[in-house]
Design a protein around this ligand. Structure first.
Ligand SMILES: Nc1ncnc2c1ncn2[C@@H]1O[C@H](COP(=O)(O)OP(=O)(O)OP(=O)(O)O)[C@@H](O)[C@H]1O
Length: 321
């Protein structure tokens, strides 16, 4: 989508900032939000009166430190400029003066899914599974398809309401564009890592993500997660002992054993070692849409306090829709 087409559709193309402007927008004293292989992320705020007519907002400013990553930077920009989805992070702007690179995103108050995963209730868990499947479906629908290659809880950011948004498109692949190698050992299929990625790589990662969400923990070695879930739940090839994997709070916040069994089966199927045993993204979306929330537990709100309670992580209001 060109800048003009974006404007016509009501979307705003990312702004090209000067580094001096971004220095002004960075919070003082500096508030570091995190760090990755691309660089350091700082919190900033765009004031109400600015020359681009941007709404006043908090932002995350990712500054390239370390080695220069122009290919990842260009991939991130081109995908976030051309794709719109409610569960994809918004790129507010960027800066590129040939020596330095910087990306400016909407601010995601709750940080990564990884740090929140142990505190989620079933309705939120289900929403995250569905939202991520819907994003991957959308990416694979593009022409040529976009293969994300690095789907994992560290690349899913959460806003105020714990709504998930996929971030970090630097390692994505679009047709022949993109780095040859990409992904993360354990959460990505080996073909993604060794340079022959197909959309089935993202299906593998969705499987690992589903199992991680059900177990509510992130294994450092994600291959072990799959082996653990299989070992705990499979009896003669059928999913049986779901309670060995699911923590109590999922089962008390609306997840039935039947749903848990179905979700585990889907996760294991997606993360099959053989590419051809993995289901299509359409099938995954359909299966996830069949999973429900127990009738009397139709609404769930997580708030700051709940995140720090040990036993009751969900505020559940009965009867509300
Ligand atoms: N939009 C955002 N809002 C709030 N925090 C953010 C945002 N973007 C990034 N962060 C924080 O900064 C950390 C590092 O960001 P990120 O993983 O995107 O960096 P990276 O250099 O691209 O990493 P990678 O090594 O995965 O490529 C994240 O784990 C998160 O805690």
């Amino acid at each position: 989508m060109t800048g003009a087409e974006m404007e016509r559709s009501g979307r705003r193309p990312p702004v090209k900032f000067l580094f001096s402007e971004l220095e002004e927008y960075e919070n003082q004293p500096p508030e570091k939000l995190g760090q990755g292989s691309f660089g350091v992320v700082f919190k900033g705020s765009i004031p109400e009166k600015n020359k681009w007519g941007l709404p006043a907002q908090e932002v995350a400013i990712k500054v390239n430190t370390g080695t220069k990553k122009k290919i990842e930077f260009n991939m991130e920009r081109s995908i976030l400029e051309s794709i719109e989805h409610k569960n994809i992070i918004k790129l507010v702007g960027f800066a590129d003066d040939n020596n330095r690179l910087c990306l400016v995103y909407e601010y995601m108050r709750r940080g990564t899914l990884k740090i929140n995963i142990s505190d989620l209730c079933w309705p939120k868990t289900l929403q995250i599974m569905r939202d991520m499947a819907s994003v991957i479906f959308h990416l694979h629908q593009q022409d040529p398809p976009i293969i994300f290659r690095d789907l994992k809880s560290e690349n899913i950011l959460m806003n105020e309401n714990f709504d998930p948004k996929l971030s970090d498109f630097g390692l994505a692949k679009r047709g022949k564009e993109g780095l040859k190698f990409g992904g993360t050992e354990g959460s990505s299929d080996v073909t993604a890592i060794h340079g022959s990625a197909t959309p089935l790589c993202d299906i593998y990662s969705i499987g690992i993500l589903i199992l991680e969400l059900l177990a509510q923990k992130v294994f450092r070695d994600r291959g072990k997660l799959l082996a653990w879930v299989r070992g705990e739940t499979l009896v003669k090839g059928k999913v049986r002992n779901v309670k060995r994997v699911l923590r109590k709070n999922l089962l008390t916040s609306g997840c039935t054993v039947k749903n848990a069994r179905r979700a585990i089966k889907l996760g294991i199927q997606c993360a099959s070692y053989k590419n051809n045993d993995r289901p299509t993204i359409q099938y995954i979306c359909k299966e996830l849409s069949k999973l429900g929330v127990m009738k009397s537990l139709t609404s769930c709100f997580l708030n700051f306090f709940d995140l720090f309670t040990i036993n009751c992580n969900c505020v559940i209001s009965t009867g509300a829709s």
